[in-house]
Design a protein around this ligand. Structure first.
Ligand code: F6R
Length: 256
């Protein structure tokens, strides 16, 4: 795992995403507050530097169950509002799990099939929950899980109430999320974490054991994972000196 500790996580993340966009690769997108600055940086590059997403397609990580697609807080709408409507990606190629499906069990399997039929995800962007979740794979999720229906952890409901007028009762209880096994099949995982609220989860992800109680720790099993942190999120890491040294002495990489 490559650990990058930086004042500008959004610039490092945008550099990585840009290299995949220039090659017309398939992007896995995340929502939540963490990637917003990265999306803003990519939109700036699109407008000012001609960065194009026209050859890309995208798959979202997850979606609330029961919110209509046009609800402001559905991830279908959120990703369009915060990123894809502002760049030149074909809207028909921005896919998300169908949270309106009457049969969420089938919806999960269909989503995995759609990813497979598209040739898989080349670069998957991830945030991390304060309880260590990625996507909405809450603590206890199977490390081999596929896209499926999950119940949110009460902590995630509390965390996400800020998007629903601060009212926990408005936060859907269920989601469809790419599974940990699905996420592990992407070619490259790029996780961004910022702020002191993520410190504990980041320490467990990077330096804890691989364990279902910290679903993000599955990144340790992936051959190409990059974790981009600000100083506050990285503050609990014991091995910081080595991560800085390894990055400064990084061997050149061929291709992706
Ligand atoms: C969002 C997602 C979640 C968030 C996580 C962190 O698509 O899959 O795992 O990345 O809940 O959320 P923020 O960035 O709002 O702290």
């Amino acid at each position: 795992m490559e650990i990058v500790i930086t004042d500008r996580p959004e610039v490092i993340a945008a550099d990585i995403i840009e290299s995949y966009a220039r090659a017309g690769k398939t992007l896995g997108l995340a929502t939540g507050s963490t990637p917003v600055k990265t999306y803003q940086e990519l939109i700036r590059r699109h407008r000012e530097e001609g960065l194009s997403f026209a050859e890309c397609r995208a798959f979202l990580l997850d979606e609330y169950v029961g919110l209509p697609r046009e609800h402001e807080q559905s991830y279908y709408r959120t990703i369009r509002r915060e990123f894809t409507d502002a760049v030149d990606i074909d809207d028909a190629l921005v896919a998300s799990p169908d949270g309106t499906s009457t049969d969420p069990l089938t919806a999960g399997a269909s989503y995995d099939a759609a990813i497979r039929n598209a040739g898989g995800i080349d670069l998957q962007l991830l945030g991390i929950g304060s309880d260590g979740h990625i996507g909405f794979n809450e603590p206890g999720s199977s490390l081999a899980s596929r896209t499926r229906l999950k119940t949110l952890h009460p902590q995630t409901i509390r965390d996400n109430a800020r998007f629903f007028d601060g009212d926990e009762d408005q936060v859907p209880r269920h989601v469809l999320t790419q599974g940990l096994g699905t996420i592990l099949e992407a070619g490259h995982l790029l996780l961004i974490a910022t702020g002191a609220g993520k410190q504990e989860a980041v320490t467990a992800l990077v330096e804890g054991p691989v364990a279902a109680w910290c679903p993000a720790s599955v990144l340790q099993l992936h051959p190409h994972a990059t974790v981009v942190l600000d100083a506050a999120a990285a503050a609990g890491l014991k091995n910081r000196e080595y991560y800085r040294f390894a990055l400064a002495n990084k061997p050149a990489r061929q291709g992706f």
